[in-house]
Design a protein around this ligand. Structure first.
Ligand code: PGA
Length: 253
């Protein structure tokens, strides 16, 4: 059976009550007919209630861009997985490079967050990827392996069941220099084999998507890549027309 394609929007620190009201209403009106897509919008925390209010009853799901690794307690400024779940969140981005570099997030922290998201029955969207220097040095596979290993060593491969891994090379994010479909495909197949190495692939059912400068022009080729189950979209997701174009392309493939 043909799998639905996954499209996750990383809205980053954008939006406002009035922007979202219009944007989410347009999505509700125009996106509900995409039958072969699983679409998720990852918003800033304060707007989860708004997404829940507008999108409940549609096929579009929502979620956040981070979560605390703790259950609750004295962690000023943090938001727990239980809180995200209360707002109907489905997708939670974890390990995005804009966070791990700016806030020195370790692979172990990311592993604990991944586990909390699963515990509350939401879907982690785990971001992994190398810097340009690492790619030029030819060590991209080693870098990505060590990011994934932290989760496997702490929680076992089985924790990847029903999750999403997003290959997001750091050099491609916000740069207008997307990875080529061949580069993306190769790394996605590598990641799939890595996680399934000790198991039969049919046993661990998870998805691999690509992120980094995805737009309406490069989407066709990316969606046509065998190894990719979908895309993670940053900038292009907050431009309704561009986002809608990408979804139409995916629906038509
Ligand atoms: P971009 O961002 O599409 O703007 O490159 C992708 C991301 O950061 O997830």
């Amino acid at each position: 059976m043909k799998k639905n394609k996954i499209i996750i929007a990383n809205m980053k620190m954008n939006g406002s009550l009035s922007f979202n009201e219009q944007y989410l209403s347009k999505i509700k009106k125009n996106f509900n007919n995409f039958n072969s897509l699983n679409i998720g919008l990852c918003l800033p925390y304060p707007y989860l209630f708004q997404a829940k209010k507008i999108l409940t009853g549609t096929k579009i799901r929502w979620g956040s861009q981070n979560v605390a690794k703790f259950e609750n307690g004295p962690h000023t400024g943090e938001v727990s997985a239980a809180m995200l779940e209360e707002f109907g969140s489905k997708y939670v981005i974890v390990g995005h490079s804009e966070r791990s570099t700016a806030y020195c997030e370790s692979d172990e922290n990311i592993a604990d967050k991944f586990e909390k998201i699963k515990k509350y029955k939401m879907t982690p969207v785990l971001c992994v990827g190398e810097t340009l220097i690492e790619r030029e040095a030819g060590i991209m596979e080693r870098v990505v392996s060590s990011q994934i290993k932290a989760i496997v060593e702490n929680y076992g491969e089985e924790i990847f069941e029903n999750t999403i891994v997003a290959y997001e090379p750091i050099w491609a994010i916000g740069s207008n220099m997307a990875a080529s479909p061949e580069q993306a495909n190769k790394m996605c197949i590598f990641i799939k084999n890595l996680i399934c190495s000790r198991h039969n692939c049919n046993f661990i059912n998870f998805n691999i998507i690509y992120g980094g400068s995805v737009n309406s022009k490069n989407a066709v080729q990316l969606f046509a890549s065998e190894g990719l189950d979908g895309v993670l979209i940053g900038r292009a997701s907050i431009n309704f027309d561009e986002f809608s174009h990408i979804c139409s392309v995916a629906e038509g493939i």
